[in-house]
Ligand binder design. Structure first.
Ligand SMILES: NC(=O)c1ccc[n+]([C@@H]2O[C@H](COP(=O)([O-])OP(=O)(O)OC[C@H]3O[C@@H](n4cnc5c(N)ncnc54)[C@H](OP(=O)(O)O)[C@@H]3O)[C@@H](O)[C@H]2O)c1
Length: 398
């Protein structure tokens, strides 16, 4: 049998606790016939007492993640702390030391992916991040590996469960945005500070990760448009809500008017290859989706990602996009892959274009004009809009 793979888990919250539990309680289910057994080297948290109360053995716990990463007894680091620092520095340190890294941290990947990729390629360490998009849905692996014989024309979909739950309840129960958001916060589906979700930042981070694998580039996340345009015939009551980012400007009246026109409003993240110049239109916008489309029928916290590939055609990936157990499934799948000797999530794809994020002016065409709302057209690949009562001109996706 191969020597065990010694794993340090950084963070034991919603996802980390599920990963730790699986490694401790069912290690045999994580053992591939051609892989190394997976063992826990340690678990880093801020509050050790709280982790002990959650059932994690005290002997495994530390509040010093950097020591755990540097420890020669650690072969692989699983980063599940979230946020920017210290996650970024810890991931970079592990990769620089040649240690494999598995992370669910879409923020770090979207903001520092190019640098981390360069470090990983430099040392030959594996960087795997299936859990960063779509939670438990396997979409990045297929995009990088199984679809490798195709040219990807577009990736688009619903990648944020919180906003999809809010929009689904507004449409299904006829309740206002504020009312549904407050309820989602009480039930733990939305954060106390929900801006990362409702303003579209989380979806934009995931779009950058998808686009890296689809188009071979790290897009500039700040250049991805999140604010829909305003219609020319807006009324006076309109301006309050129109022109706000993500779903924060979606009114109940807009939802009802969309229904009457045969649309469902959804927050759609889309990155589409533009004909001719090879540039990418990228946006995260509330979108009027034709009611008979599968994306329109994706409700609650479910996610759905559609990939247009040539010559294959369109394929779709749907399922639970968040939650501890679902996300741990993707993290553990990546760990098993490393235990079998697999490389990074980008598999055999070429290094990202010149290793730097793209200059928006040079590459993210739609996002560059997002402030004017024009990028919305890129969601649908057309200029059609649905002019709603609030004054928002939602891009249409048929
Ligand atoms: N939750 C989901 O459904 C989901 C889905 C997809 C992706 N993700 C991603 O998975 C990652 C983890 O999310 P989560 O929901 O599990 O987060 P969480 O519940 O907030 O847990 C975070 C964990 O990290 C620890 N931590 C945070 N900062 C630390 C520091 N400086 N030093 C040591 N430990 C630290 C926390 O320790 P204390 O408890 O002691 O503070 C806690 O154990 C994030 O990147 C998130 O975006 C989550």
């Amino acid at each position: 049998m191969k020597a065990p793979l010694r794993v340090a888990v950084l963070g034991a919250g919603t996802v980390g606790a599920e990963v730790v539990r699986a490694i401790l309680e069912r290690p045999e289910s994580l053992l591939a016939v051609d892989g190394a057994p997976i063992r826990l080297a340690g678990v880093a948290v801020r509050d050790v007492a709280r982790a002990v109360a959650r059932g994690i053995p005290e002997t495994l716990l530390t509040d010093a993640p950097a020591h755990l990463v540097a420890d020669p007894e650690t072969d692989v680091v699983v980063e599940l702390m979230g946020g920017d620092e210290p996650a970024r520095t810890l991931i970079a340190a592990a990769l620089a030391a040649g240690k494999g890294v598995v992370t669910a941290n879409k923020h770090v990947l979207a903001h520092h992916g190019a640098v981390l990729e360069a470090i990983a390629r430099g040392t030959g360490a594996a960087l795997r991040f299936e859990a960063a998009v779509g939670g438990g849905i396997p979409v990045l692996g297929p995009l990088a590996l199984d679809l490798a014989a195709n040219r990807i024309e577009a990736v688009r979909g619903i990648v944020n469960g919180t906003t999809n739950l809010i929009l689904s309840r507004m449409a299904g129960e006829g309740r206002s945005y504020a009312d549904v958001l407050a309820e989602a916060q009480r039930a733990g589906f939305a954060e106390a500070d929900p801006r990362d979700d409702v303003e579209g930042d989380d979806a934009a981070n995931k779009l950058v990760v998808l686009a890296r694998l689809a188009f071979g580039r790290w897009l500039d996340v700040h250049a991805i448009g999140r604010t829909p345009g305003r219609s020319a015939r807006r009324g006076s009551a309109a301006d309050e809500a129109a022109g706000r980012p993500g779903i924060t400007g979606v009114t109940l009246e807009d939802v009802a008017a969309a229904t009457a026109r045969g649309f469902v409003l959804k927050l759609i993240a889309a990155a589409v290859r533009r004909g001719g110049d090879g540039m990418i239109d990228a946006s995260v916008l509330p979108t009027a989706v034709a009611a008979d489309a599968a994306l329109a029928r994706t409700n609650g916290v479910l996610n759905r990602i559609e990939i247009e590939a040539s010559p294959l055609g369109t394929v779709a990936f749907a399922g639970p996009g968040a939650g501890g157990a679902a996300t741990a499934s993707a993290v553990l799948g990546d760990l098993i892959a490393i235990a079998r000797g697999a490389g990074s999530t980008w598999a055999g794809l070429a290094p990202a274009a010149d290793g730097r994020p793209m200059d928006p002016a040079a590459g993210v065409a739609g996002a560059g004009v997002a402030g004017a709302g024009v990028a919305g057209a890129s969601v649908a690949g057309s200029v059609e809009t649905f002019d709603a009562p609030s004054g928002t001109a939602y891009p249409v996706l048929r």
